[in-house]
Design a protein around this ligand. Sequence first.
Ligand code: PMP
Length: 364
Amino acid sequence: MTERVYNFAPGPAVLPEPVLAQAQCDLMALPDVGASILEISHRSQAFREIIEAAEANLRNLLAIPDHYAVLFLQGGSRLQFSMIPMNLLTPEQPSADYLISGSWGKHAYKEAKKFGPMQRAWDGGDSSYRQLPEDADLQRNPEAAYFHFTSNETIQGVQFATEPEVGEVPLVCDASSDFLHRPLPIERYGLIYACAQKNAGPAGVTLVIVRKDLLARSRDNLPIYLNYNAQAEAGSLMNTAPTFAIYIVRLVTAWLLHEIGGLECMHQRNRAKAQMLYEVIDHSGDFYQGHARPQDRSLMNVVFRLPTEELTQKFVAQAQERGMTSLAGHRSVGGIRASIYNAMPPAGVEALRDFMLKFQDKNS
Ligand code: PMP
């Protein structure tokens, strides 16, 4: 078998090895089916069992109450940037609040503005999105249709450790890059969405958890695929669902439940992994400079710079030679970004930590 690297890609990203092994094993034929997941109908009994198991695992992991629907949609998180205002704005509440803590929040806000007069509740652009606000910093409109925030900014590496306080206004969260990394108090949210390709599965499916009373806001004249209520009524099977992606979500969620031991354990493991890298950064003098303010650092995307562009390129190239790939930062921020999602094994982070220490030794 070809040897695997430690893949620090921001997404699509590393998947748990037991998941890949199971998928490989099932790819010729699913047990009792005789055909692979790629070849069966989304309306078959076998697939129904798969999507139901994926949903049951998600409900179990996050303790999702019955008054929330779980949807499996396509179009990525980008489509949610549009579906959210299309479905949740109403004639009585034509505006929503957006907390902009990085590039993705900015994209979401820009898209939402096409549907109504959105309000920026906070924008960290002046500090290059290095820090998050306190609740008291938020300019909230109590009449807003919803309040949108991005729990983890994948590019800048800033992450909310807890939810912002927004009173009675439904809280809407883009959890694309930290979904399932910790337990969530679901009842604090009106809607949570996450494309699967970072922490929950492969590209092709986006998970939406939505409080059922909000479904009444979806107007009948919306394009039917973009209507949350219609999607919930169809059990996410209005049209041909992304069957393979949903099958992998089922395997990833089963791995979280049965091999990791649930989200509390996952969170602990994620904290320990991130700490290994932040400790190197903090003890490096100024050799490694973290992008985010320490209290707002992400457990998922560790973003830092080296003293020069030349050293940055050398770092990426030498890491690659040692089997650690996709470490170059996003072009808008530069530097290094180590994405260490749930499926990145602690051994991968240890390897990176050791490399960082040696690299500094040789180059400072
Ligand atoms: N939001 C966040 C926080 C993301 O990291 C991404 C993808 N990098 C997106 C939204 C967009 O997701 P997609 O490519 O699935 O549309």
